[in-house]
Structure formats: structure tokens, C-alpha cells
Write a protein that binds this ligand. Structure first.
Ligand SMILES: Nc1nc2c(ncn2[C@@H]2O[C@H](COP(=O)(O)OP(=O)(O)O)[C@@H](O)[C@H]2O)c(=O)[nH]1
Ligand SMILES: [Mg+2]
Length: 310
């Protein structure tokens, strides 16, 4: 299996080129003066690092420059990479089975696809997996999960469109107990029309999971779409306020230039990104390696080859 670095290198090239081009421009400065720091901060903001995190990075850099007596922009790059690497250093918890995973996020970010990819990986590991179609607001959403379930050969619990999502989860938990599954993965509706409704909905599902699934571990995953840039950061904050998050999945890192948003999201929430999505196929989900990710942004080696590896 290719490493994160190898598999990610081609996919992340737009994000990396976007960042590198802007950073190289700042690195023409001969003096590390106020103009340099202002331009650097702007570069970080324009590379989707978010305002708060960009300010934090520059503050940390100034302090380290003072401490180390750094004078050249080349050395500044090394410090910057280290600072960003430290910021995303949030360890992923090991998921203990049996577990109920609740997958949340707004419509279109890639929840259903990610669930199929996860289910497929767990099946490959020889685990018993079940998915629950609790996004009952759109007929297409249930159908889509059914198609995936058929394709990868996983059990699915569903109900009619418009059914109460909590009742689907209730049924799924009881089926999961009876069939002794290791992973029950629950799809949910991503209706972010207002925060109070979102909280109420997620609270209700969490409550059913707690009450009916007391013998299961719980793992809540937030799915975010990297192509939405700063919107992903805003969604991350909203969901983090509405529900306890154990981890995140950043989808659609293939192709986008906005992948830098991963950094402020992890840094602000202190929740790990566990996986990244790099395509629409079932194998296009890979465990996230935060340090390799930051390192790729600074990578000076040759441009990616054109070959597709998977
Ligand atoms: N390029 C790419 N497309 C993705 C990825 N993950 C999901 N998608 C696509 O994004 C669209 C929305 O995904 P879906 O799973 O239906 O999102 P949901 O509404 O959150 O359940 C679909 O066309 C997926 O194929 C990814 O990692 N990369
Ligand atoms: Mg869906």
C-alpha cells in the first residue's frame, strides 16, 4: 500500500502550487521586517488558513525568530513548517469495536460516499458492518446508500422517506445487536438551516444511540468538503458546538486548491482529521497523516508524475 505521502502528492498539487506560489513571493524579502510579516500573514489567509490561525502562525513565527536569531527567509520556511506541523498534531483515537458511528455534515459534503468507503474498508478487514439510512428527508439519499450497500455487500437498515431518523437508528441498533455487528455506521441528514434545529436533531439521535446502544462505543464523525474552503471552517465550528465530535473526514482534497483549510480546522477545534477523501471510488479514502500533509505543502521535490496509482 502506497504511503499517505505518495498517494497524496498528486492529489494535493493544486493546494500545494497555490500555497507555494504565494509563499515564494514573500520569500523574496531580504529583511524580516513588518512588511514581510504582513505579507506573510496575507499569504496564509489567502491559502485558506483562516484569519485567526494565520495570525497565530505569524505570532509564533516572530517569537521563534527572536529566540533562534533566524535571519534568512530559507530558515523562516523551516520554522513555518514546524509551527504548522505542531498546530495539526492532534492524535486520532483508536476506534474500539463494537461501535456506533454517527456521520454528520451538511448536504453534498460526501457523507454517504464516505460511509460506503469506510464500510468497505472494515469489510476488507473481516469485520461485521451495518449501515443505517437515517437521512430520511430525501428519497435519493436512501437510494444512494442502498446502491452502495449492494455494491460493497453490506447490510443496510432503512425506512420510508420522511420517517423519523431516530426511529431508523433505533431499528438499526436493535438489528446490530441481534447480528452482533462490529461497526454500525449511521448516515444522517445534513440540514443546516439553523443551528437550533441542527442541535435538536443531533441531540435526539445522540440520545437514542446512548439509550439503546449502551453496550456500544460511540464515535461521531464530521464530514467536510475541502472545496468549500472557509465554509468548511464555519461548518466545523457550528457542528462542534452542536454535537460532540470524535473525528473529522475531509473530502474532495483531489483537485482543490483550498486544501489548506485543513490546518485551521484542526488547530481551532482540536479534533483530529482521521481520513481524507481523494476521489469518488470506494478506495479513495486514506488515513490522514498531519505531518506528511504539512510537509507536502513545503515539498520542493519534482512536480507530480502524471501516472494514476490506484
Ligand atoms: N472528487 C471527489 N468527490 C467526492 C468525494 N467524496 C464524495 N464525493 C462526491 O461528492 C458528491 C456528494 O457526495 P454524497 O456522499 O452524496 O454527499 P452527502 O450529501 O453528504 O451524503 C458525490 O457526487 C460524491 O461522489 C471525494 O473525496 N472526492
Ligand atoms: Mg447522503
Amino acid at each position: 500500500m502506497a504511503s499517505f505521502y505518495q498517494r497524496m502528492k498528486n492529489k494535493l498539487s493544486n493546494t500545494k502550487d497555490n500555497f507555494k506560489e504565494k509563499l515564494d513571493h514573500v520569500m523574496y524579502y531580504h529583511k524580516l521586517d513588518d512588511d514581510f510579516f504582513d505579507d506573510l500573514e496575507e499569504t496564509l489567509i489567502l491559502s485558506d488558513m483562516g484569519i485567526d490561525t494565520s495570525v497565530k502562525i505569524v505570532e509564533a513565527l516572530k517569537m521563534q525568530i527572536r529566540q533562534t536569531g533566524t535571519k534568512t527567509t530559507e530558515d523562516v520556511k523551516v520554522l513555518l513548517e514546524q509551527i504548522m506541523s505542531d498546530m495539526v498534531d492532534v492524535a486520532s483515537p483508536t476506534v474500539q469495536t463494537p461501535v456506533i458511528m454517527m456521520v454528520v455534515g451538511v448536504n453534498g459534503v460526501g457523507k454517504t460516499t464516505t460511509i460506503a468507503k469506510l464500510a468497505s474498508q472494515y469489510l476488507d478487514e473481516g469485520k461485521k458492518v451495518m449501515v443505517a439510512a437515517a437521512d430520511t428527508f430525501r428519497a435519493a439519499a436512501v437510494e444512494q446508500l442502498e446502491i452502495w450497500a449492494d455494491r460493497i455487500g453490506v447490510d443496510i437498515i432503512k425506512s420510508n422517506t420522511g420517517a423519523d431518523p431516530a426511529s431508523v437508528i433505533f431499528d438499526a441498533i436493535h438489528a446490530a445487536k441481534a447480528r452482533k455487528v462490529d461497526y454500525l455506521i449511521c448516515d444522517t441528514a445534513g440540514r443546516l438551516h439553523n443551528k437550533v434545529n441542527l442541535m435538536n436533531e443531533l441531540e435526539k439521535l445522540t440520545w437514542v444511540i446512548e439509550r439503546e446502544g449502551s453496550e456500544f462505543n460511540k464515535h461521531n464523525l464530521l464530514v467536510l468538503d475541502a472545496t468549500t474552503g472557509q465554509n468548511a471552517l464555519i461548518q466545523a465550528r457550528t457542528f462542534n458546538d452542536a454535537v460532540h465530535l470524535d473525528g473529522m473526514v475531509m473530502t474532495k482534497l483531489d483537485g482543490t486548491a483550498k486544501g489548506g483549510v485543513v490546518i485551521p480546522i484542526i488547530s481551532e477545534l482540536q479534533v483530529p482529521v482521521e481520513y481524507v477523501g481523494i476521489g469518488e471510488k470506494k478506495d479513495d479514502l486514506i488515513p490522514f497523516d498531519a505531518h506528511a500533509f504539512v510537509h507536502l505543502l513545503y515539498d520542493e521535490s519534482d512536480q507530480p508524475e502524471n501516472s494514476e496509482e490506484n
